[in-house]
Design a protein around this ligand. Structure first.
Ligand code: GLC
Length: 662
């Protein structure tokens, strides 16, 4: 059951597609006072949700904001990351789902000020609130997902392994990376092009000197079974004579300041303008430019810097330089030294700048602050819509850094600039179900970690988890330790780990597609499946993946195994050195399982089937028909196996599902 409440005159986000009639307040569990929604939390209650954010699967005990931020330090102390996902679920005696629909910031104090209280504070009095009641947690998620519409479906090849790095700055470099994989028989399906492929970081350009005959490079890579996936940034370089800038300026497509002038920000290319992604005409114009790269044979993109990231504004920069001039003459003491130190960093992503420009959205003018969380969403949405026309029969890979619920219909998300830290591997694990609840199924983190230097063992462990995430991409920042797997001493081990992905593909794709087409989650916390099991409900580092298996990744350095909670009889299937080994059947309880580096373990449920392929060096090579079915138990349930051509946009359960039996 869904109840919809409307307060004030909310700005339409298009997050919800089918809206029930609004009603007057009739909640007993939730209180509403002065636009604050609050409720008591009982001791045993768990709060799930909030999509992309810091901390645990259970969100209790911290304060969170939904406020898309360009935040490269994903530490526990942060309140928000790149996504604004205002959906949460209270799992207590009564189970309810809550969605706050507004494009502005919302604060969720989930037992931070008082462990037994939750307070939801939207920044605006104008918002919509949805309250969902169902018998089960899965039921709440499905009902919510039906409201917000079907999740994005990428092409099948996008489930292959991808290699990325900020710094692949020439065609030779790209060829070298491809050869590093192909020559060593390490499976791969994509190489990502970061801003280095552009001419001075200008969207929709290619640096002709370093990437001569780009279309030919794309073609050559395709012949090797590799898709090139370029990045597109949210800001357009302000440069006379650059056609995208000139067109945007002439047609008034850029966000304006209070005086009606194009608002100028600093990002990678230096001074830039922001296309008004919210303005339908401007957004469509920008999205139409993807054709330039589609025409060169590209069939996948990642949208970046679309919170939008603002390194500086003209005003912010001037004020900072003025302040520094003052500090120059001072004795920098306890009061002034830190202020001086902060002067340069605080020019980035500043609230003053977000309050200083305007959008045209659905026929009205809004200050950016009011609609902040829609920018990345609309950048990606317009691109997704453009692909309907530019590529009507072929799926295009698309994912974004910033997002808001609603964007899940048009693309996926990656988890942004994490670090090569063990804690970020754990964060990656925990974020999967939270994102799935909010409709984001195509997701994954930068494997090995983006910032800082990875270590060989961290990369192996992260790949061993990454084999399960729909987006499986190794990405790193320029200047950090090189992270391509063929560069490491234990390359063979890593090759085996990546190989597991290709064996799992039939199951992963099938579970992904069923989750998308049936409005379900692919990754679930254990508490969703074992609702009455108080131990299962508290597990923060294991996940149910689809209907057949549970995973329990290793996320600590120097350990050789881990304790796993087994919620019902399960058989350990171990991928070791290219072999699939069927091992013990564990009974309910805690067990210690050895997991040396390079082993990938899955826990198969009794009477369920795990179909595995023989693998391959690219998705094209995988035989999705020649499957071995793993199972145990007396009463093995048939497996609903979904498969299609992996390309066409018409996907349906009727034509895709086949029943596999042992
Ligand atoms: C942003 C992206 C990162 C990319 C970098 C350069 O920080 O999040 O993935 O490598 O920009 O484009």
């Amino acid at each position: 059951m869904v109840k919809r409440y409307v307060f004030g005159s909310p700005i339409e986000t298009d997050s919800v597609l089918c809206k029930p009639e609004a009603i007057g307040w009739q909640e007993s569990r939730l209180q509403l006072q002065d636009n604050v929604i609050s409720c008591e939390l009982r001791a045993e209650e768990i709060v799930y949700g909030l999509g992309q954010n810091v901390r645990g699967i259970n969100k209790r005990g911290w304060i969170y904001e939904s406020n898309c931020v360009d935040e490269p330090q994903h530490t526990e102390s942060k309140l928000s990351l790149y996504g604004a996902h205002n959906f949460l679920i209270l799992d207590g005696e009564q189970k309810i789902g809550i969605f706050v629909d507004t494009p502005a910031k919302v604060t969720f104090d989930i037992g931070y000020t008082d462990y037994e209280q939750m307070r939801i504070v939207p920044d605006t009095p104008d918002f919509e609130l949805y309250v969902i009641e169902e018998e089960s947690l899965d039921g709440i998620v499905s009902t919510f997902r039906k409201l917000i519409g079907r999740s994005y479906i990428p092409p099948l090849w996008a489930f292959g392994y991808g290699q990325s790095r900020w710094g692949y700055d020439s065609a030779e470099y790209v060829r070298e990376v491809a050869a590093g994989y192909r020559d060593n028989h390490i499976p791969i399906d994509s190489i990502y092009l970061d801003i280095d492929y552009m001419e001075r970081y200008k969207d929709f350009t290619v640096n002709e000197d370093r990437f001569p005959d780009f279309a030919e490079l794309v073609k050559q890579m395709r012949e090797q079974g590799i898709h090139l996936v370029p990045i597109i940034d949210g800001g357009v370089k302000k440069e006379d004579g650059y056609d995208v800038y000139e067109e945007g300026k002439k047609n008034g497509y850029f966000c304006k300041d209070a005086k009606g002038e194009d608002f100028v920000i600093g990002v990678w290319p230096g001074r830039s303008c922001l296309p008004d992604m919210l303005n339908e005409e401007a957004g469509r114009w920008f999205a139409g430019k993807y054709k330039i790269l589609l025409d060169k044979g590209i069939d996948g993109f990642w949208n970046d810097m679309n919170e939008p990231a603002i390194f500086y504004s003209e005003k912010g920069l001037k004020e900072a330089f003025d302040k520094i001039d003052v500090y120059r003459t001072q004795n920098l003491d306890v009061d002034t030294f830190f202020a001086f130190q902060n002067t340069a960093t605080s020019v980035s992503n500043s609230p003053e700048d977000y309050a200083a420009f305007y959008h045209q959205y659905k026929g009205k003018r809004y200050c950016h602050q009011q609609v902040h969380n829609l920018f990345g969403y609309y950048m990606t949405r317009r691109a997704g819509e453009a692909f309907e026309e530019l590529s009507p029969d072929k799926r295009i890979l698309l994912f974004s850094r910033a997002s808001c619920i609603g964007m899940h219909r048009y693309g996926g998300v990656w988890q942004g600039d994490n670090n090569s830290w063990w804690s970020h591997l754990l964060m990656n694990i925990r974020m999967m179900p939270s994102l799935n609840m909010c409709g984001f199924l195509y997701t994954g983190a930068d494997l090995g970690g983006f910032g800082n230097n990875t270590t060989e063992d961290l990369l192996i462990r992260w790949l061993s988890f990454g084999v399960f995430t729909p987006l499986m991409r190794n990405h790193s920042v320029r200047g950090s330790r090189m992270q391509e797997v063929y560069r490491f001493r234990s390359m063979e081990l890593m090759r085996d780990v990546i190989g597991v992905r290709y064996q799992l593909l039939p199951y992963l794709y099938s579970e992904y597609m069923k989750a998308a087409l049936l409005d379900k989650m692919m990754f679930r916390p254990l508490g969703f499946v074992y609702e009455e099991d108080q131990l299962a409900r508290r597990v923060e580092d294991q996940l149910m993946l689809g209907d057949s298996i549970m995973i329990a990744p290793v996320y600590e350095q120097n350990v050789v195994g881990r304790t796993v909670y087994i919620p019902e009889p399960m058989k350990l299937i171990r991928f070791h050195a290219g072999q699939v080994q069927e091992e013990e059947i564990y009974q309910k309880g805690f067990v210690y399982v050895e997991m040396p580096l390079g082993d990938v373990c899955v826990f198969l449920k009794e009477n369920r089937i795990l179909p595995l392929s023989k693998g391959g060096e690219s998705v094209e090579e995988v035989d999705f028909e020649d499957l071995k079915l793993y199972c145990f138990g007396e009463n093995v349930q048939p497996y609903a196996y979904y498969m299609d051509d992996g390309v066409s946009k018409r996907c349906s359960l009727e034509s895709g599902i086949r029943i596999l039996k042992v």
